[in-house]
Structure formats: C-alpha cells, structure tokens
Write a protein that binds this ligand. Sequence first.
Ligand SMILES: C[S@@+](CC[C@H](N)C(=O)[O-])C[C@H]1O[C@@H](n2cnc3c(N)ncnc32)[C@H](O)[C@@H]1O
Length: 281
Amino acid sequence: MDLHAFRSALPDRFGGDFYSADLPDDAFEKIVADVDGMSTPHSLTLLNEAVRHLGPDEYYLEVGTYRGRSLIGAMLGHEHDRFVAIENFREFGFDPEIAQATVFDTLEKWGVRDRVRFLRGEAFTVLPRGVTPGPVGVYFYDGAHSRLAQYLGLAVAEEWLADEALVIVDDATWPQVASSTQSYIDAHPGYELLHDFRAEHDFDPLWCNGVKVYAWRRPQNWQRPDGFDVSWRRLAHIYGQEPVMNFAWRTLPKFPRVSAILKKAYLHGGTSVPEGRLDAE
Ligand SMILES: C[S@@+](CC[C@H](N)C(=O)[O-])C[C@H]1O[C@@H](n2cnc3c(N)ncnc32)[C@H](O)[C@@H]1O
C-alpha cells in the first residue's frame, strides 16, 4: 500500500474539504441511491481512493458487506480482481439465502460480481485461516460492533496485512467502537491514526457513525496477535455472544413491536454518537 500517495491524493477526492456535503464525483451517490446499506457517499469515496493505492499483488478485504454497498463503492473503476468480502448474513433478521441472492444480483448489476471472492461465513472463524492469495493492503472492518467483535475484527486481520496497509474502521464515533479499537491499538503497536472522520449524530449523511483510518506498518519485532487478550474474546464471541445475537435476530421478526424497540436500542441506544462530536480534521 502506498500510504504516502493515499494521504496526498485523498483531500482532492473531497474537493479539499472532508466535511463538505458536495463531493466532486457523484458516482457514489448513485450507488447509495441504488444499493441498500449504511455507508455514505463519503465513506465510499474514501474506500475507492484507498483501493487506488494498493500494491500490485495486494488485496482489498472487507468484513460486513450487508447488501454490497461498500464493496461496490470500493471496486468502482478499479478493474482488477483483488477483492475479498466476508459476510455471515446473521444480523438484521433477514433470510440469509435471500440476502445472499440479493447481494449477488446487485454485484452482477454493477458489473463486479466476477471479480470478488465472496465468503459467506463468520469472520472470526474464516479469517484466521487466511482468505486472500496475497497480502491485504486495505482492510475495511464493518462487521459486528460489540466490544468483543470490534477488538477481534482488528486482531484476526492483522497477520494478513501487507507490511504497510490501511485499516479502516466504520462506526468509529460510537463509544464502544472507539474504546475497543483504542484498547486494541494500545496493546498492539504499528497503528497510526491518519483520519478520524466524525459523525455529528447517528447516521450523519456525511460520515454516518464515523470512520477512522489507520496506517499500519509492521513493527520489526512483530508477533501474530494470538495472545490471551484475543483468545478469550474469540471464545466469548463465538460460543457466547454470537449465538445469542443470532437467536435474537432470527426470533425477533416474529415479534415486530419488540423487534422495532430492540433494533432501535441496538442501533442507537448503547451505541449512539455523542452529540456535537463533529470535529474538524
Ligand atoms: C453495518 S452492516 C455492513 C454495511 C455495509 N458495509 C454497507 O456499506 O452497507 C454489518 C454487516 O456485518 C455482518 N456481520 C456482522 N458480524 C459479522 C461476522 N462476525 N462475520 C461476518 N459478517 C458479519 C452483518 O450480517 C451485517 O450485514
């Protein structure tokens, strides 16, 4: 990953102002209008520019594809096939078969389906085995955002990163995402915060729930992050939190009123963006 080139080029993609509502390129607004999802045109612009600076053998990897919006945004205009996406279709209470078919149709419609390696599965089980034929130059984590999952989302990807890579964390203004990400980074050297794109409120039209962009440079004495801090979280997520959440997402649609309240609590309650957090870069 050419971190220097990425940093120099990024402001131009936003017309010099990361918080301007008008982006020079309206292609990403078209994706947002067409594909259901959470990423904003600003996030898609960021991902797309990141992909532009991948090394020749490096991959874009994302966890949490939902309906394909972020993936299509990252891929648009980049004609290679070094894209890998992991999605388990277990959140939001949709039928996984229908959800997957919808994603594939959408990827097909946008002309990118045959260039993606799409893995349906639990990221914290799939990723430790390795999923990309080459190093990951851009890693976008937008999977589950519990404290456990957030920490794991960074831990399980790190060994596959290129020696210099970008790590992009979505929903980063949410307090539990911010604190869990910071805990991981404090315990694992190599990360430098390049941008902290803040949301002013939940689902802000510019940066949704915030995005953090880190440069990762492999330290000289780098060690695979598989210590106790990672292993207990992995077990707690896979055997505790994930089955409970999965049961809840499958069961709740049968109780629409309870489901609406809990969805709101999940998306806003413990995870809300604190008000007035829109800081200039
Ligand atoms: C916030 S959505 C992703 C939004 C998407 N990036 C977009 O641009 O619209 C989070 C997605 O991550 C998936 N997910 C959550 N935890 C996961 C895990 N451990 N492994 C794989 N996918 C996961 C959920 O099923 C959900 O579709």
